[in-house]
Design a protein around this ligand. Structure first.
Ligand code: 26W
Length: 818
C-alpha cells in the first residue's frame, strides 16, 4: 500500500528560484521576454510556475485513488461559482508570499497581476458558490472527488448600473485564454436528442430491450481544472463539458458554396454550452435549458461508468465505488439516464438497475420556492428524450405501486407523489424524480430540512421516512478568511497560534480575547484597514466618498423579494426622515451598502435596484443629513467583490422572510470576518444564533411558523402600515416621488404589493426591524462592547466551515473514507 499523502506544505521554493522559473515560463510558455511582457503575460507565467507543482500532486492524487480502489465522489452541478483561482492555488500550496517576493524582484506587483485574472462566474449565487466551496473542501479533507458541470463560454452577466437601472452585458471570462484548464479531446462523449425508441424482441417474441435512436447528436468535450486543497494535500478535478458538433463543417454544403450553411450544425451544437441561465430561482422552462441539463448529465455518467467498467469490469458494483451527488434537481435527469445505461446498454433488468441507481445517487434541495421547483412538459420531454420518458413512467409505476400497496396514502397524496403532474399540461416533476432515485435527500440548514419534511416533500417523506436528512451549509475558511482577510488572519495567529489554519474550529481559542482590550484594538485596526480598502474601491469606481469610521452596514446577495432588500431600503428612508426631523439626536454615522444582480426578466427585482439607486442619490446629496447616512449600490457583485466587502463589514444584513431562505452562506462569510448579523430566524441564521450566542447577534421579526400562520389566517398589511407612523411616512415619501421626481409613479406597483397581501411580510416586520437597527446603533456607540461581540463571532463561527459539512456528507451520505 502506498503511504497516504503527507500533510505538509509540498512546495517550498525560495523566491530566487521562483523568479528564475517565472522568467523561464515567460519565455518558453508565453513566448515573450521582459521588455515586451504585458501584465497578462506575467499572470500567465506566474500561474504556469505554480501550476506545474499542482500537477505533480494532481497526478499523485489521481493515481492513489485508482491504486487504492477508493470510493469516489462525483458532484454534479450546473453551476460552479469559483471566482479567481490564482490566490487560492498559490496560498493553498504555500507559495503566495514567496511568489510575491519573486515577482517583486522582477518589478511586478502580485496584487496587480492577480487582479487581472478573470472571475470565473459559472454560477448564479449560493448554490454555485457552495459547489465551489465544496470542491475545495473535498480536496482539503482528502476525499477523491470530481466535480462535473458545463464550461459556459459566457458565465453570469456583468452588471452595469446606468441611470440607476441594471444593464446586463455579456461576460467573457475566456477571452485571454484560461491557464488553469486542460482540454481533453480524447475524453469526449456523444450526446443524443430526439428520435424514437425501438423495441428489440427475441425469436420467441419476448421483449428483449429498448434501443433509443436519437436523430440529433453532439459531442461533449472535457476540460479539466485542478482543484487544490489546503496545503496542497490533495488535488481533485473539476471536469467541465463543452459542446461541439460531431461534423464541424458540413462538407456538402461547403462545397456547394453555402459557407454559412456549412457551419449551421456547428453553431447549433456550440450554443448548448454557450451561456449560463441567469435566473437564480425561477425555472427557465426553455428547451435549451433541458438540453443543457441532459448534456452534462449524460456526458458525466458516460465518463463515470466508463471509468468504473475499465477498472472493475462490472457495472453493478458502481454504488460501492461511486457516490453521485445531484446539486439540486438540475441534473435530476441523470436518474433516468443511469437507468437507461444499466438496462439498454448493459442488459441489467429493471429491479437490479433501480436498486443500484438509488444506492448511487444522493440529492440536495436548495430551495422551497414553488416557482423554483423544476418541471418539464411531458410533450417536450417526449420529443427530446423519449426513452427517458418511458423510463420515468416505469419508475413512477413502481413508486405508485409501493405507495398504494402500503395502504397509507389517499388519492390526493398519491397524485402528489407521482412523478407526473396531472391537470392542465402534464409535466415531469424533477424534484420527485430526484427524490425517488436517491437514497439520501438533504436540506441545507436545520430549519430548511424540517420545512422540506412538512411542505414540498411531505408525502414522499411519509413514504420513505429514512431519506431526508440535514447537512447545514458551510464555507471554505481558506478563501473566506485566510486569503480575503490576511490582516485578521495575522492577528489571530499571533493571539492563538496556527492550529486554526488546519482546523478552523480551533478558533474557539479566540473567545477569551474578546475581553482583551489590546486585542480588540488590533481587531478594530484590521477592520478599519479593510473598510478603507472598500472606501477606496467605491470612491475610485463610483466617485462616492464614504467615511471608514462610520458603521458599514452591508447587504450583498442576489436581488429577490424574499431576501427583502426592500425592507432595508424602506428603513433607510425612514432613518433619513428621522435624521432630518431630529437633527439634535445623537445619530450614529452609517453607510448602507447594497450589491447584487437581478434576474434579467425579474421586473420587481430590477425596480428594487433602481429604488436603491434613487434613494442613494437623494440621501447622499442632502446636506441636512451631514454625512450621517450614506447609501451605495456597488455594481457587479461577484466573488471577487465579495472578497473585498465581507472583510469590511460591521453589520451583515440577513433579513429574509422567515422560512424562505434555505440556508444562506453570505451570513457565514460575514460572521467569520467579524461582522455582527442583523437577521431573522431563517435558514442557517438560526444555527448561527445558537453558535455565537443570543447576545452576539441581532434577531428580529416573525418566525417561520408565525409567517405561515399569518398567511393562512388572513393578514391585513394595510392595518399594519396604518399603525406604524414611521413606515407610513417612508412609504408615502417613496410613492409621492421624493426619490423619483422624474417619474413619481415609478414605485406605485412595487409598493402596491405591500398593501395587497404583502407576501414577504415587509410591513409585518418593519417596526421590529427598525427598532433592532436602533439597538445596533446603541451597541455600536460602545466600541469595546461592539468589538467584543465581533471577536466572539469570529471565535464561534468555525463550525460553519465547509470542511465540517463535507465530513458529514462523507460519513452520513456518501460512505467514503476521509
Ligand atoms: C431552475 C432555476 C433555479 C436556479 C437556481 C432554481 C433554483 C436555483 C437555486 C436553488 C438557487 C440557490 O442558489 N439557492 C440557494 O442555495 C444556497 C446554497 O445551499 C442557500 O444558501 C440559499 O439559501 C439558497 O437560496
Amino acid at each position: 500500500m502506498t503511504p497516504k499523502l503527507s500533510r505538509t506544505i509540498l512546495a517550498t521554493s525560495d523566491p530566487e528560484t521562483l523568479a528564475a522559473e517565472i522568467l523561464r515560463a515567460l519565455k518558453y510558455r508565453v513566448g515573450k521576454d521582459t521588455t515586451v511582457a504585458t501584465p497578462y503575460d506575467w499572470l500567465t507565467a506566474s500561474i504556469n510556475v505554480v501550476r506545474d507543482r499542482v500537477i505533480d500532486q494532481w497526478i499523485r492524487s489521481t493515481k492513489e485513488a485508482y491504486d487504492e480502489k477508493e470510493k469516489r465522489v462525483y458532484y454534479l452541478s450546473l453551476e460552479f461559482l469559483i471566482g479567481r483561482l490564482m490566490r487560492d492555488a498559490f496560498s493553498n500550496i504555500g507559495l503566495w508570499d514567496d511568489m510575491r517576493v519573486a515577482l517583486k524582484s522582477l518589478g511586478v506587483e502580485i496584487d496587480v497581476v492577480a487582479g487581472l485574472e478573470p472571475d470565473a462566474a459559472l454560477g448564479n449565487g449560493g448554490l454555485g458558490r457552495l459547489a465551489a466551496c465544496f470542491m475545495e473542501s473535498m480536496a482539503t479533507v482528502d476525499i477523491p472527488a470530481h466535480g462535473y458541470g458545463i464550461r459556459y463560454q459566457n458565465g453570469m452577466f456583468r452588471q452595469e448600473i446606468s441611470d440607476g437601472w441594471q444593464v446586463e452585458l455579456p461576460e467573457n471570462w475566456l477571452d485571454h485564454g484560461n491557464p488553469w484548464e486542460f482540454e481533453r479531446r480524447e475524453r469526449s462523449f456523444e450526446v443524443g436528442y430526439g428520435g424514437h425508441v425501438e423495441s428489440v424482441t427475441s425469436k420467441d417474441g419476448r421483449l428483449e430491450k429498448h434501443v433509443w435512436k436519437p436523430v440529433e447528436r453532439v459531442l461533449a468535450v472535457a476540460y479539466d481544472t485542478p482543484v487544490v486543497g489546503w496545503r496542497g494535500t490533495r488535488v481533485n478535478t473539476l471536469r467541465l463539458w463543452s459542446s461541439m458538433a460531431i461534423d464541424p463543417i458540413l462538407l456538402d454544403a461547403f462545397n456547394a458554396g453555402d459557407h454559412i450553411g456549412a457551419l449551421r450544425e456547428s453553431n447549433k451544437a456550440e450554443a448548448l454550452s454557450r451561456v449560463l441561465y441567469p435566473a437564480d430561482s425561477t425555472a427557465a422552462g426553455q428547451e435549451l435549458r433541458l438540453r443543457q441539463e441532459y448534456f452534462f448529465s449524460t456526458a458525466s455518467l458516460q465518463d463515470i461508468t466508463q471509468r468504473h467498467l475499465s477498472q472493475f469490469g462490472d457495472l453493478l458494483s458502481l454504488p460501492d465505488q461511486a457516490a453521485i451527488h445531484l446539486n439540486d434537481t438540475h441534473p435530476a435527469v441523470a436518474v433516468a439516464e443511469l437507468m437507461r445505461l444499466f438496462m439498454d446498454e448493459h442488459g441489467v433488468d429493471f429491479d437490479q438497475a433501480w436498486d443500484a441507481t438509488k444506492r448511487t445517487f444522493a440529492y440536495t434541495n436548495h430551495t422551497l420556492l414553488p416557482e423554483a421547483l423544476e418541471s418539464w412538459p411531458v410533450a417536450l420531454f417526449d420529443r427530446l428524450l423519449p426513452r427517458h420518458l418511458q423510463i420515468i413512467y416505469a419508475i413512477n409505476a413502481q413508486v405508485l405501486l409501493e405507495a398504494r400497496s402500503s395502504g397509507h396514502f389517499s388519492d390526493e397524496q398519491i397524485s402528489r407523489i407521482s412523478l407526473i403532474q396531472e391537470g392542465g399540461e402534464r409535466r415531469v416533476r424533477m424534484g420527485n424524480l430526484a427524490f425517488v432515485g436517491s437514497h439520501s435527500i438533504n436540506g441545507v440548514s436545520a430549519l430548511h430540512t424540517e420545512l422540506m419534511k412538512e411542505t414540498v416533500f411531505a408525502d414522499l417523506h411519509q413514504l420513505y421516512p429514512d431519506r431526508i436528512n440535514n447537512k447545514t451549509n458551510g464555507i471554505t475558511p481558506r478563501r473566506w478568511l485566510i486569503q480575503s482577510n490576511p490582516g485578521l488572519t495575522g492577528i489571530v495567529r499571533d493571539a492563538i497560534g496556527d492550529k486554526f489554519l488546519d482546523d478552523v474550529e480551533e478558533l474557539t481559542a479566540l473567545d477569551k480575547f474578546a475581553g482583551d482590550a489590546a486585542f480588540r484594538e488590533q481587531f478594530a485596526a484590521v477592520k478599519r484597514a479593510n473598510k478603507e480598502r472598500l472606501a477606496n474601491y467605491v470612491s475610485g469606481r463610483l466617485g462616492v466618498k464614504v467615511d471608514p469610521s462610520a458603521l458599514f452596514d452591508i447587504q450583498i446577495k442576489r436581488i429577490h423579494e424574499y431576501k427583502r432588500q426592500l425592507l432595508n431600503i424602506i428603513e433607510a428612508v425612514a432613518l433619513y426622515d428621522q435624521i432630518r426631523s431630529h437633527p439634535e439626536r445623537d445619530w450614529m454615522p452609517r453607510v448602507k451598502f447594497f450589491g447584487g444582480k437581478a434576474a434579467p426578466s425579474y421586473h420587481n427585482a430590477k425596480l428594487i435596484i433602481k429604488l436603491a439607486n434613487d434613494v442613494a442619490k437623494v440621501i447622499n446629496r442632502d446636506p441636512s443629513v451631514r454625512g450621517l447616512l450614506k447609501m451605495v449600490f456597488v455594481p457587479n457583485y461577484n466573488v471577487s467583490l465579495a472578497e473585498i466587502m465581507m472583510p469590511a463589514a460591521d453589520l451583515s444584513e440577513q433579513i429574509s422572510t422567515a422560512g424562505m431562505e434555505a440556508s444562506g452562506t453570505g451570513n457565514m462569510k460575514f460572521g467569520l470576518n467579524g461582522a455582527l448579523t442583523i437577521g431573522t430566524l431563517d435558514g442557517a441564521n438560526v444555527e448561527m444564533k445558537e453558535h455565537v450566542g443570543d447576545e452576539n447577534i441581532f434577531i428580529f421579526g416573525l418566525t417561520a411558523n408565525q409567517v405561515a400562520e399569518r398567511r393562512a389566517n388572513g393578514y391585513n398589511p394595510r392595518a399594519v402600515i396604518d399603525a406604524s407612523p414611521d413606515l407610513s411616512q417612508a412609504l408615502s415619501m417613496i410613492s409621492t416621488g421624493v426619490f423619483s421626481p422624474d417619474d413619481p409613479n415609478r414605485y406605485r406597483d412595487l409598493l402596491g404589493g405591500l398593501y395587497e397581501g404583502d407576501w414577504f411580510m415587509v410591513a409585518a416586520d418593519f417596526d421590529a426591524y427598525a427598532a433592532t437597527q436602533r439597538e445596533v446603533d446603541k451597541v455600536w456607540s460602545d466600541s469595546p462592547d461592539w468589538y467584543a461581540r465581533a471577536v466572539r463571532n469570529v471565535a464561534r463561527m468555525g463550525w460553519f466551515s465547509s470542511d465540517r459539512t463535507i465530513r458529514q456528507y462523507a460519513k452520513e451520505i456518501w460512505n467514503v473514507a476521509q
